[in-house]
Design a binder for this molecule. Structure first.
Ligand SMILES: Nc1ncnc2c1ncn2[C@@H]1O[C@H](COP(=O)(O)OP(=O)(O)OP(=O)(O)O)[C@@H](O)[C@H]1O
Ligand SMILES: [Mg+2]
Length: 617
C-alpha cells in the first residue's frame, strides 16, 4: 500500500472516531497502532476466566449452528411432510422444531449469562484497581483531572469498554460463525443460487452501515443534548434564589426550551433514519429474494431443485440477515471500545505517589528542622517557597503569618510530604524526610484543616477514622476533650448518629470539633493546624479554642494562624513574604522591631482594615 494511502486511511479513521465520540475522548496521533495493545490488555483480564469464556464460546457455537438446523428442518419438513405426505412428519417435525428452539434458547441464555458474569467481574476488578490507584496519586494529579472526568471514567468508560467487549466477542464468535454456517449451507445446497444472492448482500450491508453511522451520530448528539438539558435543570435548581431575585424566569425558560427543541429535532432525525432503515432493508432483501425465486423456479422447472431444498435455501437466506446486521456494526463498536479502554488505561497508568525512603521512622519526640527548603509547583513561573530554614523543638508551637498567597499553606503541606521539597531537606528528630517511608512519616502527623473533611458515617466512625482497635471509651474521651459531649448527649443515637454526606447534618463548629477529636485520638507528636479564617460565634469559638489548646499541648504544632491568641501563645512566629522568611521571633520581639509583623498585626488585629488601607495595600 502506498504510504500516503495508509496515512489517508488513518486520518479518515481518526476523523470518524472523533465524530463518533463527539470529541469526548482526547485522541492522539497513532492511536490505531495502539489498538492491539489495548485489546491485549483487556484480554489479559479474561485470563482468570478462561474456562468460563470457553464455555460461553461453546454455547455461541451451538446457537450459531441451530439457525442452520432450523433452515434444514424447514426443508425436510416441506419435502417429507407436504410433498411425500409422510405421516411420521406429524410427530418428528414439531418435536425437532421444539428441540432446536430449546437448544437455541438454552445456548443463548448460557452464553449471555456467562459473558455477563465475566464482564461484570472484570468491571468490578478494573474499577477497584482504578480506585486503588487513584487514592494513592500524588497531589498534583487531583488538579490534573477534574472530579467530573474521573467520575465519568468509573461510570461511562468502564461500562462502555466492558459491556462493549462482551458484545464484541459475541459478534465475532457467534455471528460470524452463524454467517459461515448459513453461507456454507447455502453453497452446499446450491452454489449457483448462492452466487445470485451474494450480488444483493453488499447492497444490504451498505444500507445497514448507513443506518448505523447515522444512528451513532445522532445518538451521540442526543446524549450531549440530554446532558445539556439535565445541566439546565440542575443549574436552575441550584440557582433558584438567584433566578428569583433577578426575575430571570423568562430567561431560564427560553434556555430550557432551546435545549429541548434541539433534543426533539435530534430524536426525530434518529427516528427517521431507523424508521427508513428497516423497510429499506426489507425492500432490498425482497428484491434479492425475488431474483432467487426466479432463478430457483427456473431450476425447479428443469427438475434440479426440490421444494424442500428451496425452502431450506430461503430460510437460510432470511436467517442470514441478523448476523450480517451485527457484523456490519462491528467497526463502530471496535472504535467505541478502544476509545473507552484507552481513556481508562491512561488513568490507571498514572503513577502513584513516590515513596523512595525505606527507613521506618520511630515514634518522634517532635523536633523539626527545615534546611534551605524551596518549592516550586510544577509548571509555575516562580518559586512558591525559597530558602526556608528554621528549627522547632519538640512540643513547641510555630506560627506562620503573612499575606494571602505568601506560601503558608504550601509550607505546611511539605511537612507530611504532600508536596516534595524541590530544594533542601526537612529533618525530623534529625532524620532526613527523604529517607523515611511516607507511611511512617504520616503516622506521626495529625492534621486539622479549615475545611473539615467528614465521611458519610457515624460520629464515632469519623472520630476514629483510619485508626484500628479503638475502644468506645477512647472515642468518648476524645469527644469529651473536644467539648462535644453536651452536643452528642442530645442526639438520640449519641456517638452512633450519622453525620450525613460530607457531614451536612452538622454545623461548622461541630464539624471542626469532630476533626479536633479525631486528631486528639491519633495522638501524633506533630500537629498541623490550618486555622479557620471565618469567625464563628464567640461561644463556639471559645470551645474550639479550648479544645485546640488541649490538642496542641505536648505536640510540635505548625499553625497557620489567624487568631491573635494562637499567635501570642506561639513559641516562634515566622513571617513569610513572597515565599521567603522575612522575620522570625516571639510576638513581643517582633512587635518591637516595627517591621513586617508589626504592620500585619496592626491591620489584622488592632484596627479593622479601612477602605483606604485595603486600596493602598
Ligand atoms: N496547587 C498549586 N499549584 C500551583 N500553584 C499553587 C498551588 N497552590 C498554591 N499555589 C501558588 O503558590 C503560592 C503560595 O500559595 P499558598 O496557598 O501557600 O498561600 P497562602 O500563604 O496559604 O495564602 P492564603 O493565606 O490565602 O491561604 C501562591 O502564589 C499560589 O498561587
Ligand atoms: Mg493558605
Amino acid at each position: 500500500m502506498p504510504l500516503n494511502a495508509s496515512a489517508e486511511a488513518k486520518a479518515t479513521a481518526e476523523q470518524t472516531i472523533s465524530v463518533l465520540q463527539g470529541g469526548h475522548y482526547s485522541w492522539q496521533k497513532g492511536w490505531l497502532k495502539r489498538i492491539p495493545g489495548i485489546y491485549a490488555r483487556l484480554l489479559n483480564y479474561l485470563v482468570p476466566y478462561t474456562k468460563t469464556v470457553i464455555a460461553a464460546m461453546f454455547f455461541m457455537v451451538i446457537t450459531a449452528l441451530t439457525s442452520s438446523m432450523i433452515a434444514v428442518l424447514m426443508g425436510k419438513l416441506t419435502d417429507q411432510g407436504f410433498y411425500a405426505k409422510d405421516v411420521s412428519a406429524l410427530w418428528w417435525a414439531p418435536a425437532a422444531l421444539i428441540a432446536v428452539a430449546l437448544l437455541q434458547g438454552g445456548s443463548t441464555f448460557g452464553s449471555s449469562y456467562l459473558l455477563q458474569k465475566v464482564s461484570q467481574q472484570v468491571l468490578l476488578k478494573i474499577r477497584c484497581e482504578m480506585f486503588e490507584k487513584e487514592i494513592r496519586w500524588p497531589a498534583a494529579n487531583y488538579q490534573k483531572y477534574t472530579s467530573g472526568i474521573v467520575m465519568s471514567k468509573y461510570i461511562n468508560e468502564a461500562s462502555t469498554a466492558l459491556g462493549g467487549a462482551a458484545q464484541l466477542l459475541t459478534t465475532i464468535v457467534r455471528d460470524s460463525l452463524q454467517l459461515v454456517a448459513l453461507l456454507g449451507l447455502l453453497i452446499w445446497h446450491d452454489w449457483k443460487l448462492t452466487l445470485v444472492t451474494l450480488v444483493v448482500a453488499p447492497l444490504i450491508a451498505v444500507i445497514l452501515r448507513w443506518v448505523n453511522k447515522k444512528t451513532k451520530k445522532y445518538g451521540l448528539q442526543t446524549q450531549t443534548a440530554l446532558g445539556n438539558m439535565m445541566n439546565t435543570v440542575l443549574e436552575a435548581y441550584q440557582g433558584q434564589r438567584i433566578i428569583k431575585i433577578y426575575d430571570a424566569y423568562e430567561k431560564e425558560q427560553t434556555r430550557f426550551r432551546g435545549v429541548n427543541e434541539l433534543l426533539y429535532k435530534l430524536s426525530m432525525r434518529m427516528q427517521a433514519v431507523t424508521a427508513a432503515g428497516t423497510p429499506l432493508t426489507q425492500f432490498v432483501t425482497m428484491a434479492g429474494v425475488s431474483i432467487v425465486v426466479i432463478v430457483a423456479l427456473l431450476q425447479a422447472q428443469a427438475g434440479h431443485l426440490t421444494l424442500g431444498d428451496f425452502i431450506t435455501f430461503l430460510s437460510a437466506l432470511l436467517l442470514l440477515m441478523n448476523p450480517v446486521k451485527k457484523l456490519s456494526a462491528l467497526n463502530g463498536s471496535v472504535a467505541r471500545i478502544s476509545a473507552a479502554a484507552e481513556s481508562l488505561f491512561t488513568t490507571m497508568d498514572e503513577a502513584t505517589e513516590k515513596d523512595p525512603g525505606n527507613m521506618e521512622l520511630p515514634r518522634l519526640l517532635g523536633g523539626v528542622r527545615f534546611e534551605h527548603v524551596g518549592y516550586r509547583y510544577a509548571g509555575a513561573g516562580r518559586q512558591a517557597l525559597t530558602d526556608v530554614s528554621f528549627d522547632v523543638k519538640p512540643g513547641e508551637t510555630i506560627a506562620f503569618v503573612g499575606a494571602s498567597g505568601a506560601g503558608k499553606t504550601t509550607l505546611i503541606n511539605l511537612v507530611p510530604r504532600f508536596w516534595q521539597p524541590t530544594e533542601g531537606e526537612i529533618y525530623f528528630d534529625g532524620i532526613p524526610q527523604s529517607t523515611v517511608t511516607l507511611k511512617s512519616l504520616r503516622q506521626q502527623i495529625a492534621l486539622v484543616s479549615q475545611d473539615v473533611v467528614l465521611f458519610d458515617d457515624t460520629i464515632a466512625a469519623n472520630i476514629a477514622y483510619g485508626m484500628e482497635n479503638v475502644s468506645e471509651e477512647d472515642i468518648k474521651q476524645a469527644a469529651d476533650a473536644a467539648y462535644l459531649t453536651p452536643f452528642i448527649r442530645e442526639l438520640p443515637e449519641g456517638l452512633n448518629s450519622p453525620v450525613g454526606p460530607a457531614g451536612q447534618k452538622l454545623s461548622g463548629g461541630q464539624k471542626q470539633r469532630i476533626s479536633i477529636a479525631r486528631a486528639l485520638l491519633k495522638n501524633a507528636p506533630i500537629l498541623l493546624l490550618d486555622e479557620a479564617t471565618s469567625a464563628l460565634d464567640t461561644e463556639s469559638e471559645k470551645y474550639i479554642q479550648l479544645s485546640l489548646d488541649r490538642l496542641m499541648k505536648g505536640r510540635t504544632t505548625f499553625v497557620v494562624a489567624h487568631r491573635l491568641s494562637t499567635i501570642m501563645g506561639a513559641d516562634k512566629i515566622v513571617v513569610i513574604k513572597e515565599g521567603r522568611i522575612c522575620e522570625m521571633g516571639r510576638h513581643e520581639e517582633l512587635l518591637a522591631k516595627k517591621g513586617a509583623y508589626a504592620h500585619l498585626y496592626n491591620i489584622q488585629f488592632v484596627q479593622k482594615p479601612t477602605e483606604d488601607k485595603i486600596q493602598s495595600a
